[in-house]
Design a protein around this ligand. Sequence first.
Ligand code: ARG
Length: 290
Amino acid sequence: MSTPNPAAVAASPTPRIAQHRTYLMCRPEHFTVSYTINPWMEPANPTDTAKAVAQWQELHDTYVRLGHDVHLIDPIEGLPDMVYTANGGFVIDGRAYGAKFRFAERVPEGPAFMEWFAANGFDVIDPAEVNEGEGDFLLVGDAILAGTGFRSTDDSHAELARVFGKEVISLRLVDPRFYHLDTALAVLDPVEGSSGVEHANIAYLPHAFDEDSQRILAERYPDAIRVSDDDGAVFGLNSSSDGYNVIISPRAKGFEAQLRERGYNPILVDLSELLLGGGGIKCCTLELRR
Ligand code: ARG
């Protein structure tokens, strides 16, 4: 009888399957940095709106080339951060939990996104609590990881659990550079596939979280990719995955290698101009789950 060779099994990466995704994006026609609400934003530094649009277009076209559907919300003058659509809400099963922004500069984006959701056939849940949508809430398998510490409140986590009836795991962010969960943690795998729930995996930057949260993540995701501080600092984790293709910053070299080792296909898209506003690939991408 032949027994499987454990070394060979360990060496061959898990086959990865790309899943079709539907995203909401916003062309950064009015992009600039005119206020400071995170440590990346420096209004004294010039921004180049045409460059922001060109880089954003590359991300958009990459999604389309991969076969994903991309919907667009019209940019509104005076709301330069609207390009970061991840903050516009959190959508599961055709139900959109609206955003209620922490800072006055972004407050008008909340109703603008809710109007878009309603006009496009989603059931909209008007939020009572301060929350910044998929910037802080990430669906992993059947659970929702929820960030707090800088933007979304603990009370919003409770509201989120009531709205979707799912397990919500609160995680506390402690480094102001990583003020949204999606700057410090990326979901890599398919959600709600036949066996996807057990296989859902993540990548994260341990130092962005307090000790309790680090313990929770280590226990729940023993196989997670832990990225280096260097890769975290270039927003390597602010990436989007369809289960096989993972769009990441070209500066996150170590993370790129870690993804390849695990059988993912990293695709490099540079959003350097949008990083001046403190956002990257994932920030510009909101998943629409019907
Ligand atoms: N300037 C925006 C803010 O500080 C950037 C948002 C980035 N979005 C994200 N999902 N992390 O609110």
